[in-house]
Design a protein around this ligand. Structure first.
Ligand SMILES: *[C@@H]1O[C@H](CO)[C@@H](O)[C@H](O)[C@H]1NC(C)=O
Ligand SMILES: *[C@@H]1O[C@H](CO)[C@@H](O)[C@H](O)[C@H]1NC(C)=O
Ligand SMILES: *[C@@H]1O[C@H](CO)[C@@H](O)[C@H](O)[C@H]1NC(C)=O
Ligand SMILES: *[C@@H]1O[C@H](CO)[C@@H](O)[C@H](O)[C@H]1NC(C)=O
Length: 439
């Protein structure tokens, strides 16, 4: 991919130079043209070899309206998501697939959606390309239903959907607000019930869609389990603890929601726990040497037990959206790590090793299948190195942001929309299985 970027950059620089020379020297101009042409062909062959769906790709930033009409698409033989041919034969792993270029995307435009943090508004913050908004996730064995906001809102009527987790969960929640609100012309009929503004500093935010009496909620609980001050008599150096055996204190607010979407992972690091004097506690016991992986596994056990015992899973759909990979190059966020130069997804193969968080999560959740459904977006997201907010996360100067690039969060519209399309597919499937047919 970097080779690809280099090609593109070289070609653009070159055409600039070509213009500057004003074609004074015909031989040079001819040479330049030949070189540019060769590069173009090389790019074309390279991309084509990646079986990209190719039409409408905005070379030289031509608007897609100006490009020639796309070739007729080949007839797609894949089944629709809910058209299963048999009980097990029609099984489709929706998380196994590829990213394809789709001119019908994005599903909304950020200036039309008032519910996005300034930190995720890449367009408004100056990102010049919009390629990252154009990729659709295509599962190998079936087609996803096209997202229909009206349909989803109708099914959410008088119900609640809650996203519980870290700031990547908020990223996904804002994406869902935009996707759903695209069907509502009067945006004033969608409002935060406590009139709080969307910022990363709020513990929870609840948006009501008045026309449907439904709420789309976000709870900040980056560890999912409770964090608190150190117990009396804790060893020196223990400033705080994570209660691996207790749910985050927001749990009583979301326990009765109709759809729950959990996520966690980015905060389970030394940097955000033990390095800050935050250790792991069970009962009254604080452990100074429990490793992060063990602690994370225990937190997921606690979540599983809580959902199994306290959430009515006949009424509530419960999902866990897996770890969203970061793509820092040349360092971490605090020492110059970057990703802003990456404009295309990674079309190579998936890493052959499973992400540790996902491994732990799957191991624990599989003890009681069907309580919490795993949405394994990690492999698909791993390939979307191009979708991060990178240098375009600076809200127009007024929020005090750290100076580094952000290669963890995602531009909106962008990658979280695709997670939500998968959520939509799962949601429809659940509804079709659980709804009692009307007589
Ligand atoms: C979206 O869903 C609504 C309600 O179910 C339906 O009336 C409408 O035709 C759908 N739109 C599309 C484009 O399928
Ligand atoms: C609105 O939705 C809530 C659940 O979110 C429900 O308890 C309430 O009865 C609904 N109100 C009406 C008027 O249907
Ligand atoms: C859920 O549904 C099953 C089967 O209909 C029933 O046996 C079970 O008691 C229900 N659980 C709850 C909590 O309502
Ligand atoms: C940024 O802050 C300044 C002064 O506090 C204010 O005048 C300006 O309008 C703010 N800009 C935005 C985009 O909020």
């Amino acid at each position: 991919m970097t080779k690809q970027d280099l090609n593109t950059i070289t070609r653009l620089d070159f055409s600039k130079k070509l213009k500057q020379s004003n074609l004074l020297e015909p031989f040079l101009a001819f040479l330049a043209f030949t070189l540019a042409f060769c590069l173009f062909v090389a790019c074309f062959v390279y991309l084509n070899s990646q079986t990209l769906i190719f039409h409408g790709f905005p070379w030289f930033k031509l608007s897609s309206a100006a490009s020639p009409p796309p070739p007729a698409p080949t007839v797609d033989q894949r089944l629709g998501f809910l058209e299963k041919s048999g009980d097990t034969d029609g099984y489709c792993d929706v998380y196994d697939g590829r990213w394809v270029w789709d001119d019908n995307y994005p599903l909304y435009q950020s200036p039309d959606c008032p519910f996005i943090d300034s930190g995720f508004r890449c367009l408004e913050n100056g990102r010049p390309d919009s390629f990252y908004t154009k990729w659709r996730w295509q599962p190998k064995a079936c087609n996803l239903p096209r997202f229909n906001a009206t349909r989803m809102l109708e099914k959410l009527r008088n119900r609640r959907i809650a996203f519980v987790g870290d700031s990547i969960g908020r990223n996904q929640w804002e994406s869902m607000l935009c996707m759903l609100s695209s069907a509502i012309p009067n945006k004033d009929s969608i409002y935060e019930v406590n009139e709080n503004p969307i910022t990363k500093h709020r513990g929870f935010l609840v948006f009501r869609f008045a026309d449907y009496n439904c709420t789309v909620e976000y709870y900040r609980a980056p560890f999912l389990v409770a964090q608190g001050s150190a117990p009396m008599g804790a060893p020196e150096g223990v400033k705080m603890t994570l209660r691996l055996d207790l749910m985050d204190r927001t749990h009583c607010q979301w326990v009765d929601a109709d759809v729950l979407v959990f996520n966690s992972g980015h905060w389970w690091s030394h940097e955000k726990t033990t390095n800050r004097g935050c250790y792991f506690q069970e009962g009254m016991e604080v452990s100074l040497n429990m490793d992060i992986a063990t602690a994370f596994g225990k937190s997921i056990e606690t979540l599983l037990n809580f959902v199994g015992g306290q959430v009515n899973t006949n009424k509530t759909q419960v999902y866990f959206r897996t770890y969203s990979p970061e793509h820092f190059r040349g360092g971490i966020w605090s020492n110059g790590g970057h990703c802003h130069h990456i404009k295309l997804p990674d079309f190579g193969s998936n890493p052959d090793k499973t992400e540790t968080h996902v491994e732990i999560l799957s191991r624990v959740l599989s003890r009681h299948p069907r309580v919490i459904e795993t949405m394994n977006v990690t492999p698909m997201t791993y390939r979307r190195q191009d979708g991060h907010t990178s240098v375009y996360h600076f809200g127009r100067g007024n929020e005090t942001e750290p100076p580094g690039e952000d290669c963890s969060h995602w531009c909106l519209p962008g990658v979280p929309d695709s997670w939500n399309e998968l959520l939509y597919a799962r949601f429809l499937e659940w509804e079709s299985v659980h709804s009692t047919p009307m007589l």
